[in-house]
Design a protein around this ligand. Structure first.
Ligand SMILES: Nc1ncnc2c1ncn2[C@@H]1O[C@H](COP(=O)(O)OP(=O)(O)OP(=O)(O)O)[C@@H](O)[C@H]1O
Ligand SMILES: [Mg+2]
Length: 229
């Protein structure tokens, strides 16, 4: 599903590489936490997986696409199979909740009947069916993140990338978002999630990949934030 080999990312003018000879394989159905101190390279790694950026060295293959060689015109098509969730939700402020979710289908040229079918299903998944006609600013942060999850998941992507999706939420709301992510993962979607949330990582016992100054220093299944106890 994801294969990175000897990936180095050196940003222009940066004193050291943001990613330094990183190799990682992620299989279909995996749930992977990316952890590590601020600046360790988590977001950089996710950006390479989404082809928002290219490596300075090494190979990146995601969903069977060689992301170093992929033609620009194919990138939108490639991204249709990937859902993305961010710390700051990134909902469109002038669209209703329904329209926010529908929009991510509209850009793929989905039919009206598909939209009428899929948007309510996604809203139901995150438990926000009654708020379909509200505007984003009428929702709490946790609710907005549930909408963002519904939007990322509405076209049942093979892969969901999440960059600190609980970073702005209180512990109880974070746990709720985590439950939704686990539900999505149980449906077969592969999840890669960057997080600083030690409590969530310790509770979930998933695969934990630790980055330190751009290098993978630990990669363990069924683990916690710090390591096997
Ligand atoms: N566009 C950029 N240009 C130059 N340097 C960058 C750029 N993006 C990130 N960096 C640098 O690359 C390193 C890794 O950054 P990255 O954002 O991947 O870290 P992170 O693990 O996501 O951190 P955080 O936990 O704070 O989100 C940092 O030293 C950062 O300053
Ligand atoms: Mg980051």
């Amino acid at each position: 599903m994801i294969s990175m080999r000897n990936v180095t990312k050196q940003y222009k003018g940066a004193p050291r590489a943001a990613l330094d000879d990183v190799s990682i394989e992620i299989d279909k159905g995996d749930f992977v936490f990316l952890v590590g101190t601020s600046g360790s390279g988590k977001s950089s790694l996710l950006r390479l997986m989404l082809r928002e950026d290219v490596p300075s060295k090494g190979s990146v293959s995601v969903l069977g696409e060689n992301l170093v060689a992929i033609a620009s015109r194919r990138i939108p098509q490639f991204r249709r199979n990937i859902g993305m969730v961010f710390q700051d939700f990134r909902l469109l402020p002038n669209k209703t909740i329904f329209e926010n979710i529908a929009f991510s289908l509209e850009v793929t040229g989905a039919s009206r009947s598909k939209i009428a079918d899929k948007v309510p299903a996604a809203l139901n998944l995150v438990g926000l069916s009654e708020k379909a006609d509200r505007m984003p600013n009428e929702l709490s942060g946790g609710e907005q993140q549930r909408v963002a999850l519904a939007r990322a998941f509405v076209d049942t992507p093979a892969l969901l990338l999440a960059d600190e999706p609980t970073g702005n939420l209180d512990p109880a709301t974070s746990a709720e978002i985590m439950r939704l992510l686990e539900k999505i993962n149980e449906g077969g979607t592969t999840i890669v999630m960057a997080t600083h949330d030690r409590g969530l990582v310790d509770l979930a016992r998933k695969r934990v990949v630790v980055l330190d100054q751009g290098r993978i220093v630990r990669d363990e299944r069924g683990s916690g934030y710090v390591g096997q106890e």
